[in-house]
Design a binder for this molecule. Sequence first.
Ligand code: APR
Length: 241
Amino acid sequence: MDVTVELHQWIRAAARLVILSGAGMSAESGVPTFRDAQTGLWANFRPEELATPEAFRARPAFVWDWYEERRARMRDVAPHAGHLAIADFQRRHPGRLTVVTQNVDGLHQRAGSPDVLALHGQIAQDTWLDPPRPCCEAAPPVPGRPPACGVCGNLRRPAVVWFGEMLPARELAQAERAARDCDLMLVVGTSGVVYPAAGLARATRGRVVVINPHESDLDDAADLVVRGTAAAVLPKVLADA
Ligand code: APR
């Protein structure tokens, strides 16, 4: 049997579904992955050297500029047929499918998926570097520099999870609960090497289906592996389900 026919049947039969997505989910929207994005001024730096609290404290303007460039690139992209198929399924079946994503690009949200659990934050948003004090009100932005509190100097930073930082506790707890309790988890476009996100696929009682054109570290946890891309496979298996 065609594996997508089998998957379609599993989706129809599942009362509770989870989609766990990674960078490959956004590839067909044209979002450069974290590691491909190193060009120009930043070509000599590894993301692990820029995406840390220590790097931002040492060179705030430099790291801020790197994020501004990534934000500008992400503004020009749009959700693809796979994102739209997920959101459409959620509209037809309220409360039945939870999206858990490692992506910071906001494409699931822009496609219309409700209550996305963004485990690694959202690049379009900012937050305070240090816990805000009563004086903290961002000064008007200066190009090329993070906005800062004019009184205490606290800086604004991108609201993403940096290397060495904890995942947002509420989102992680909700994702763990959804993963544990679901009947079917679709693992889409993730290499499965970054934890704790990858661990969600190993902690579920339900079936696990990997959708990825290449081998991944979660193939061994899968009941079914579909070798295809997110934009090709998801509309096919979610339509009429
Ligand atoms: N459709 C589905 N999967 C795809 C596609 C596609 N069109 N194109 C590529 N892939 C797969 C690749 O085969 C690979 O397995 O997407 C995966 C991307 O893997 P990574 O780049 O490692 O992305 P991800 O798993 O999301 O990384 C996890 O690491 O860099 C940090 O915080 C960052 O959230 C990120 C985390």
